[in-house]
Design a protein around this ligand. Structure first.
Ligand code: ADP
Ligand code: ZN
Ligand code: ZN
Length: 734
């Protein structure tokens, strides 16, 4: 009997829906799950990750089986749990397994190069030994390291000690006075402990309730629905305490860290003796890897991060918290289109650990899960202290003459607020000066050549910029079509508001916060600092202003141009609008001063708006849920969106026509196909966009169909230069 070699199932960074099999030599040692390998693929060496193994080949012809080139890691980089989670995610999102696994890894681990971690040095003795008295250089380096305190990077040592520092360091090392590591513990920031707040009775009851719920044998996710400013963060901090006390790790997912520096600060001051890391898009590759390894080695116990931090290895995870769980940034909109919150729920379920979702405006699917008893539900209905939720008014602007988008009532309320030495915030979800530049003579307008959209006029830069493909053009001096001199703008953007307000209120600081004004590193922090320094000021901004900020002296919030979202045919638009409105409104009246919110609208009778204001977010959301129930939209049905794009519209349609036909031949099994149609934004960056929506009351039927599609897609012949993608549980149908 000939013995067949054992095989490993390997994920590679290629668009394959299955793992590839490679054999290995068992006499050279075993190959642990989750390790990286070097393998040959189509004649080239590449990196793979072991997702499973079998004692014998599963291939029909074992002779064709290739052997691995080498094992890259001494320790697996992914533990069995993460391997299982990623495997599940690949199946659920119908995404090539390699794409999933490599998306989850820090980029330095995706490469073939050996890890080149920076080295850090630290003193191991505290008294400078007498033997150094005669070795001047060693003594100097020793004293310098001591003055630095803690771990010092090689770069810093080299910068201080200059050439030849290595020799000196080696001498110190040989004497046992210093030691090096590639993975220093995360620094403890020396922040004074803030006095712990006295919890409100509601907070206390909620914390007790959650603590009771998360110690039950049968765990369910917990929704913490607390109005803006109700003190949810305080609840997270307290619920974490017993978990940390047991030595376990806590993973906290937040929408965008740069937007919520305050949250991080509160974790630090509440747990000044805990090591924590923060995984966000601003990290360098080295820093990201370092943070990842620190979590993996359990050097840190509080891991705070954005969407992709859901994949951080935490071998001793005891709790997951998702702040602002409704936030769209948890859903990746390109490539591997996963939802960070949903994967976190899955992860918690697999590990049988508690998970808390917090929001002032829970996503409809989350609220539905709470209403139907699948999630625990806790509500914080009040703000601590004397802070009250703001009063909200609709202002009918139909037929009114506006001054740069502002009604006279709004302007006089702004004046009154400033006279009381308080702050005003104007919210408009469009950066730039104006959304349209046109010729008053011939009607020419600044369209993007590559997209089916207008280019936005940016006055400061003197440019027209397309917000869809980022193409820029200098503003023409004359009409490109008829040569007329008079080009006019239409509509408002943050820049224009800033200009008009600075003319109207020349002595008041106007602080604009949008992607343009905060593009430079550190600019956002500066602007937020300005807000805190100027008790009387006007803030102008986009949805960047809506999230998480605590501005105690802000008492008037004005929402401009609320109408587009209300009238949108995209069924998620109203949910998102309601969330945004509540979040924006929640910035007003955070302290003891009463807050007011004005919403300028042409449609004050809009039923969704009326419900939202008269009855609050929960009833508004339930009303939207009822509509979704009628249409079998999620969460009462399941959807996946197939998208295609191509330089020619017909080619993009052809891809989806072929897919639709292919699926129909297989049998739809009760899945409805809606489309193919052109997308709402028909052309983007020179490519036409089409979509085909799949909807079913039965998740399994939908997934069977998608599974069939991905595994037989090679049979379909698509026109050249077309691309397609699958989006499971799509949240953006435009
Ligand atoms: P949320 O996240 O629910 O919007 P936060 O957690 O940001 O609310 O809390 C809002 C504000 O209320 C913060 O300034 C916080 O310090 C304060 N706060 C929270 N709990 C208490 C309390 N028990 N007593 C006094 N102030 C509190
Ligand atoms: Zn013209
Ligand atoms: Zn464009």
């Amino acid at each position: 009997m000939n013995t067949l070699p054992p095989v490993v199932h390997v994920a590679v960074q290629r668009p394959f829906y299955s793992t590839l099999d490679y054999s290995y030599d068992p006499t050279q040692g075993s190959i642990p799950l989750g390790s990286r390998l070097e393998i040959k693929l189509a004649g080239r060496t590449t990196v793979g990750v072991v997702m499973g193994s079998s004692p014998t080949p599963t291939l029909a012809d074992p002779k064709k089986l290739k052997a691995i080139t080498r094992l890259m890691d001494n320790e697996p980089i992914l533990d069995a749990h993460l391997v299982e989670l990623l495997d599940w995610a690949a199946k659920y999102y119908h995404e090539p397994i390699g794409e999933v696994v490599f998306t989850a890894l820090p980029s330095l681990l995706r490469q073939q190069r050996p890890l080149n971690l920076p080295i850090w040095w630290q003193l191991t003795a505290t008294e400078s030994p007498t033997e150094l008295q005669r070795a001047k250089r060693q003594l100097a380096l020793y004293e310098w390291l001591k003055a630095q305190g803690g771990y010092v990077s090689e770069d810093a040592v080299a910068a201080w000690a200059g050439n030849g520092w290595r020799v000196t360091m080696r001498h110190l090392e040989a004497k046992g006075l210093v030691a090096s590591t590639t993975l220093p513990p995360a620094p403890l920031e020396h922040i004074a402990t803030a006095p712990h707040l006295t919890l409100t009775p509601q907070q206390l009851a909620t914390i007790e309730g959650i603590q009771h719920a998360i110690t039950q044998a049968e765990l369910k996710p917990t929704l913490l629905h607390g109005i803006t400013g109700s003190g949810k963060t305080e609840v997270y901090l307290r619920v974490m305490a017993p978990i940390l006390a047991q030595g376990k790790q806590v993973l906290v997912l937040v929408p965008e860290i740069s937007l919520t520096p305050q949250l991080l600060g509160r974790f630090r001051t509440h747990y000044p003796h805990e090591r924590m890391v923060c995984l966000h898009s601003g990290l360098t590759d080295q820093e990201r890897l370092q943070a990842w390894l620190q979590a993996q080695q359990q050097q840190v116990r509080i891991i705070i991060g954005t969407r992709s931090a859901v994949f951080t290895p935490c071998p001793n995870l005891g709790l997951i918290i998702i702040d602002e769980e409704h936030d769209l940034s948890f859903k990746q909109q390109e490539g591997f289109r996963y939802h960070g919150r949903d994967l976190a729920i899955k992860r918690a379920h697999m590990l049988n650990i508690p998970i808390i979702l917090g929001s002032a405006t829970p996503a409809l699917e989350t609220l539905h899960n709470a209403d139907s008893g699948r999630f625990h539900y806790f509500h914080l209905a009040q703000r601590p202290g004397t802070a009250k939720p703001p009063s909200v008014q609709l202002q009918n602007i139909r037929g009114q003459t506006l001054r740069s988008g502002l009604s006279s009532t709004t302007l006089s309320m702004i004046k009154d607020t400033l006279a009381r030495q308080e702050q005003v915030m104007l919210f408009i979800n469009r950066r730039g000066f104006a959304p349209l530049l046109m010729c008053s003579s011939c009607g020419w307008s600044g369209q993007c050549e590559h997209c089916s959209a207008n280019m936005t006029y940016h006055a400061r830069q003197g440019k027209l910029i397309c917000h869809h493909c980022s193409v820029e053009k200098l503003v023409p001096e004359h009409c490109p079509q008829c040569g007329h001199h008079h080009l006019v703008t239409q509509g408002q953007g943050t820049e224009r508001l800033e200009l008009v307000l600075s003319q109207t209120f020349p002595t008041i600081p106007i602080i604009r916060i949008d992607r343009d004004s905060t593009a430079r590193k550190g600019a956002l922090a500066e602007r937020l600092q300005q807000v805190h320094e100027h008790p009387t000021a006007i803030l102008v901004g986009t949805q960047m202003l809506a999230k998480g900020h605590d501005f105690p002296n802000l008492t008037l919030v004005v929402v401009l141009e609320a109408d587009a979202a209300l009238l949108s045919s995209e069924y998620h638009a109203r949910e998102r609008f309601g969330q945004l409105l509540v979040q924006v409104a929640g910035r007003a009246g955070r302290s003891d001063k009463a807050g007011q919110v004005i919403i300028q609208t042409n449609h004050p009778e809009n039923p969704a708006l009326v419900t939202l204001l008269a009855q609050g977010y929960t009833l508004f959301a339930r009303q939207l849920l009822e509509e979704r129930r009628r249409w079998h939209y999620p969460p009462f049905g399941y959807q996946a969106l197939l998208r295609a794009n191509a330089p020619e519209l017909n080619d993009a349609l052809d891809v989806l026509d072929k897919m639709a036909e292919h699926l129909q031949l297989f049998g739809l099994g009760g899945v409805i196909l809606l489309g193919p149609t052109t997308a709402m934004l028909e052309k983007r960056a020179g490519r036409y966009r089409t979509q085909l929506l799949l909807q079913s009351a039965n998740r399994k039927a939908l997934h069977t169909l998608l599974n069939y599609l991905t595994h037989t897609i090679k049979q379909l012949k698509f026109p050249a230069n077309t691309r397609w993608s699958i989006d499971v549980d799509p949240l953006d149908l435009t």
